[in-house]
Write a protein that binds this ligand. Sequence first.
Ligand SMILES: Cc1cc2nc3c(=O)[nH]c(=O)nc-3n(C[C@H](O)[C@H](O)[C@H](O)COP(=O)(O)O)c2cc1C
Length: 220
Amino acid sequence: MELIDCILTRSSKRDFKDIPVPRDVLDKLLEVSLNAPSWANSQPWEIAVSTGRTSEFIKEKIYKPASEDNPGNPDYPFPEFWPERQANNMFETGTRRYEALGIARDDKAGRREIALSNYLFFGSQTAIFIYMDQKLGHWSTLDCGMLIQNILLAAHDLGLGACPQAYLVRYPDVLREAFKLPGSKKFVLGISVGYYKKDSAINNIKTSRTSLKDVVRYYE
Ligand SMILES: Cc1cc2nc3c(=O)[nH]c(=O)nc-3n(C[C@H](O)[C@H](O)[C@H](O)COP(=O)(O)O)c2cc1C
């Protein structure tokens, strides 16, 4: 796939088939993605791939507190405030998503079901977790973002679906337990990855973007 096509046609997938992604496909995905740039090639990221029983363990342990509305203790706190422009973008994205799925604004149960499916990897057996040492700061988080975008694009090119998910790192103690990691390792993001249901409505939502003229200024 041409790179520009890949960028333009990628979208987050949230309804996966219950089948594993072969190890060699995951290896290829990650090997390619590791070519991401980073500050002085420091490569701050560490990667845990969860499959099989480990995924079952994580799903069970994170679904429960989520279903009890436990806000968790993410290593990088979730934002509590969004400026107006970002808040509007998020509102519009949510509205479009629920409209596309035929879920009414006051259908709290329908919305809750979608939110909770985050914690089940949206039906996939596989998730990739990015973490790094707690001593690392802003620039290393940025480097992890570069890696994550590579993973999303390479997954798309390989015919896989993926969804980057802050919600997957909401209960990081569970992840440290699952991956036998010390408290000094901090979780940046999780990504559900897998073969997705092509006809599923939720997998066919194209989110909009603010137009170039509204976000770009040229200075001559
Ligand atoms: C840092 C980050 C965190 C995200 N967290 C979640 C999440 O927890 N759950 C979810 O369903 N989508 C999550 N997303 C996906 C965004 O909602 C999605 O990228 C955005 O709506 C644009 O849609 P697109 O990816 O289909 O282009 C996250 C994306 C990013 C970059």
